[in-house]
Write a protein that binds this ligand. Sequence first.
Ligand code: ARG
Length: 390
Amino acid sequence: MSEVIVLAYSGGLDTSVCVPLLRERYGFDKVITVLTDVGQPKEDIERGNERAKNLSDEHYVIDAREEFVEGYIFPAIKANGSYEGYVLGTAIARPLIARKTVEIAEKLGADALGHGCTGRGNDQLRFEAIFRATNMRVVAPMRDLDLSREWEIDYARDHGIDVPVTRERPWSIDENLWSRSIEGGLLEDPFSEPPEEIYAWTKSPERGIPPAKVEIEFREGVPVALDGEKMGGVELIERLNKIAGEHGVGRTDMIEDRVLGLKARENYEHPAATVLLNAHSDLERLVLSRAELRFKAMVDEAWSELAYMGLVNDPLYADLCAFVDESQKRVNGVVKMKLSSGRAFSVGRKSPDAIYDQEMVSFDSQTLSQRDAEGFAKYHGFQARFLQKR
Ligand code: ARG
């Protein structure tokens, strides 16, 4: 009986090396590759398809960009998704990629599922949280065989895989609509400064170009228009990545606590994510009550942690999303964002659902009698004053 494995394939070094390894070392008769498009650069997808055609027995490409935006990025915006300051780009894409891989494997009646993650990172956990919900075997050659990158590069060359990774440019890059993650090489020394060449989406924030402004319209917590022009999420994020990238917005250089407990130095760029997350949380401050804001900050943190761990099948994930969705019904309005020297900040916001009355807070207003506050002030801090006086 012939053994069939479906591999979540990116077209990069690790997953390309996996294909011959799955035949030679694991004895699979048929290796099927699935490349899920979550907004990687077109060239990467094309190169991946070319490589897969030479390497695997059958290859599938799935355009999941819209699903990624609607089902994964939008929930992240609504929950102000951030783990220790990381916008979760890689993290939220993994469950989707895993699910697409499983769909094909189930349709083909495959025996096993494969991924190219190492045993050091989070991605293995995110893939397997989805893969292991099936009855198929899970194979992870990179983790299993403990291969060094040097060995992989040589093995790839021997198998006719042209890899752009060299010993001089050793970056491991993961890219999708929401963020670009860069790891490896000298970045592994947390004291060494990232060279400018690791960045592809952002220009240097120190270029000194004049600031720009963009207006983002939100409907129920998700962006629906850019500078007054209605557009779908994929296009909006792509455009904003370009615009904000020009101003060097959205570079992150951080020490991150991985799920396994390892601390890692991580570098990211995510211009659109920074603009949208900053704009969204600013708008929330206008429309949510103080009590909602305090409580939602805790929900957002719990949501982000689950998303980071890839535990989107935990029932808590759906519970939290239900709360978040309910809270977003009034998150409608427009936020004016200024992009300047690597920063994106709000300089104006308006909403039909604002808990804000200019007439009431204004210095010039007569609507409220200021004297009414006197009684409130008499009780404010009552206990502390009682103790001080005694
Ligand atoms: N540390 C991040 C995460 O766990 C990014 C991992 C990126 N992977 C990569 N091959 N560059 O989500």
